[in-house]
Write a protein that binds this ligand. Structure first.
Ligand code: TMP
Length: 232
């Protein structure tokens, strides 16, 4: 009797960019842009509107992701070369998508996530110089092709972000935040280029606007998507 072997060359089924009835919203931007505040504001407003919301962050969101977060962000683990850094972020993201985000979307929740693939493309692909295409390819694989319905980009100049962080973080900068302004300026350009290449999927806002004004703009866009049937 002949045995059936799986052909190792068989391609994986093509990944679905937006599986399930949930809605996937990501906040991106430079350090000090105010993403966490806006993610919390959106989650509260959607919750008040009767949605089931999962608020999460990268790197993190799973036990292994939180461990990877401290490995990649904390000082004191010795030198971290750019490829290792990119792989650590991608590993945390793979676990986050598989264990947390996909199940939440499958059950119809709104997932509000602080950072996603664009952070790796900007920081590791462009900031560290690994190449945007290579880092995007790595992350497409890690995430099974999952893309957000909407990415809110809070645009902040490097020096403004640094000033805002100094006020916020008495505890000092992490490994990435501690990079010089020109690194953060390259990242900012990369975020803006990603948004310009796919404007339908992005909302770009000036991070210097007031917290309430920003929150209202984000909520209007997300509510519009929901009522237009996105993720339903
Ligand atoms: P956070 O402070 O916004 O949570 O982000 C942690 C730091 O990690 C921030 O400096 C951006 C950086 N980062 C990357 O370099 N690549 C990534 O893929 C992610 C998610 C974050």
């Amino acid at each position: 009797m002949s045995q059936q072997h799986e052909d190792p060359r068989t391609p994986e089924p093509s990944p679905s960019a937006h599986p399930g009835p949930g809605l996937f919203v990501v906040f991106e931007g430079g350090d000090g842009a105010g993403k966490s505040t806006q993610a919390a504001r959106l989650a509260e407003a959607l919750d008040a509107a009767g949605e089931t919301v999962l608020q999460t962050r990268e790197p993190g969101g799973t036990p292994i992701g939180e461990k990877l977060r401290s490995l990649v962000l904390d000082h004191g683990h010795g030198p971290v070369d750019p490829r290792t850094e990119a792989l650590l972020f991608a590993a945390a993201r793979a676990a986050h998508v598989e264990q947390v985000i996909l199940p939440a979307l499958a059950s119809g929740q709104v997932v509000v996530c602080d950072r996603y693939i664009d952070s790796s493309v900007a920081y590791q692909g462009v900031g560290r110089g690994l190449g945007a295409e290579d880092v995007l390819g790595l992350n497409r694989w890690a995430t099974q092709g999952l893309l957000p319905h909407l990415t809110v980009l809070l645009d902040v100049a490097a020096e403004d972000g640094r000033r805002r962080r100094t006020v916020r973080d008495a505890g000092g900068a992490d490994r990435l935040e501690a990079e010089p302004d020109d690194f953060h300026t390259r990242n900012r350009r990369a975020f803006l280029d990603l948004a310009a290449a796919d404007p339908e999927r992005y909302l770009v806002l000036d991070a210097g606007l007031g917290v309430d004004e920003l929150a209202a703009s984000v909520l209007a866009r997300v509510s519009g998507l929901r009522s237009a049937g996105a993720g339903a």
